[in-house]
Design a protein. Structure first.
Length: 243
């Protein structure tokens, strides 16, 4: 099998040869400018505080949950921060109980359908590195600390995460499964980014530049150009279309 960089080069060459138009993973759209206060209100978060979003995707991620909760006392020192923790169903009660014993202002949810709100509310994200997750993080433009899922045979989440790391948009931590190993390095990353707003903003800007917030419209426009009458395709090109 070709190494990842070679596979990418071969893929792009094939796209050129076959007249393939490369878009991106369609993601929930970037919120409109000024939407963050609305998202904070919808989620019941304090608009005076910065927000750390913790998510392991729809099913949650136990190793991330454990590493974050292990740093609750450390996070308590940052009075101007709050936590939005999406745990997944399996760990919801355990994580909620753990946060309730700390002084950190934390909103704990098993899951939310309003991921665009969660990302709009966030100032920093701790997450897995699936394609959909990273498409959403970059569409909105948020700094992130990524724990790629460690059990895939091809480790494709690691490749996803390193892409953002090379672009200056994320810090990548290998998930060692053991919370005693994960917690200290997560603490180091959080301390670095929570304490340095300029670094966070630079990483958020890098993420935004990598994002393709209009990928869904681009895909829909292309389909319409193939299937719709010429007039309709011309009229709808460049506009958001629900498909």
């Amino acid at each position: 099998m070709l190494p990842p960089c070679s596979r990418c080069s071969v893929f792009r060459a094939a796209c050129r040869a076959l007249s393939v138009r490369l878009s991106a993973r369609a993601a929930r759209g970037a919120p409109l400018a000024g939407y963050t206060p609305i998202a904070l209100a919808r989620l019941g978060l304090d608009p005076a505080k910065k927000t750390l979003l913790v998510t392991g995707a729809s099913q949650g991620a136990r190793t991330i949950n454990e590493a974050v909760v292990a740093n609750a006392d450390f996070l308590d020192a940052f009075a101007d921060w709050q936590v939005l923790h999406l745990t997944g169903d399996a760990d919801f009660e355990t994580v909620r109980a753990a946060w309730s014993k700390r002084g950190v202002q934390a909103k704990v949810l098993a899951y939310t359908e309003y991921m665009a709100d969660a990302l709009a509310a966030a100032d920093l994200v701790v997450s897995r590195a699936g394609a959909s997750t990273l498409a959403e993080i970059t569409a909105v433009g948020r700094a992130s600390v990524l724990f790629p899922y460690p059990f895939h045979k091809d480790r494709h989440q690691s490749e996803n995460a390193r892409c953002l790391e090379r672009g200056g948009a994320a810090l990548v931590l290998e998930d060692e499964i053991d919370p005693n190993a994960n917690a200290p390095k997560l603490r180091e990353a959080l301390e670095e980014l929570i304490s340095d707003g300029g670094r966070r903003e630079a990483m958020a800007g890098a993420a935004r530049r990598m994002g393709r917030p209009h990928a869904a419209s681009m895909i829909a426009d292309q389909i319409l150009s193939w299937t719709a009458p010429t007039g309709l395709a011309a009229a709808t090109r460049g506009k958001s279309v629900l498909v």
